[in-house]
Ligand binder design. Structure first.
Ligand code: RTP
Ligand code: MG
Length: 140
């Protein structure tokens, strides 16, 4: 099966605790390859645009404040079934419900400060990759 791509964010709660390497190792151990990576400080506009689908949700404002509260690492991951594989290694949104061995079980602080983002479909992966990366920044 051909490799596919997904988009990942290591969130501010994780960069603050110096977990970029530990989280990236878990992604790599799950069979995903980092083909693009940069550490950025998200602007409010970027956060609101990126999470636009959640605009009407009660947690939208807090989420945008959290995502701009410190550095994040945006990454493109490549591998077989990349979207699904990444969601598996991330674990459930709420760390209290995340399976043993997942990133969120091991590292997340709360349902909001849950250490990582991962695209939820191939279609959204492409949209999210294009939101943060130029084609020449991705080296497969
Ligand atoms: P993500 O998009 O970050 O990969 O996470 P997800 O699909 O598991 O969760 P989603 O429902 O898309 O929510 C996006 C992010 O919003 C924050 N959130 N806070 N306070 C709350 O009840 C709440 N619910 C969600 C989390 O940071 C979640 O990852
Ligand atoms: Mg989501």
């Amino acid at each position: 099966m051909a490799a596919t791509r997904t988009f990942s964010i290591i969130k501010p709660d994780a960069t603050r605790r110096n977990l970029t390497g530990a989280i990236t190792k878990k992604l790599e151990d799950a069979g995903l390859r980092v083909v693009a990576s940069k550490r950025i400080r998200m602007t409010r506009d970027q956060a609101e645009g990126f999470y636009g689908v959640h605009r009407e949700r009660p947690f939208f404002n807090d989420l945008c404040t959290f995502m701009t509260s410190g550095p994040v690492v945006v990454q493109v991951l490549e591998g077989e079934n990349a979207v699904l594989r990444n969601r598996e290694v991330m674990g459930a949104t709420n760390p209290a419900q995340a399976d043993e061995g997942t990133i969120r079980k091991e590292f997340a602080e709360s349902i909001e400060a849950n250490s990582v983002h991962g695209s939820d479909s191939d279609e959204n992966a492409q949209i999210e990759i294009d939101f943060f990366f130029k084609p020449e920044e991705i080296v497969g």
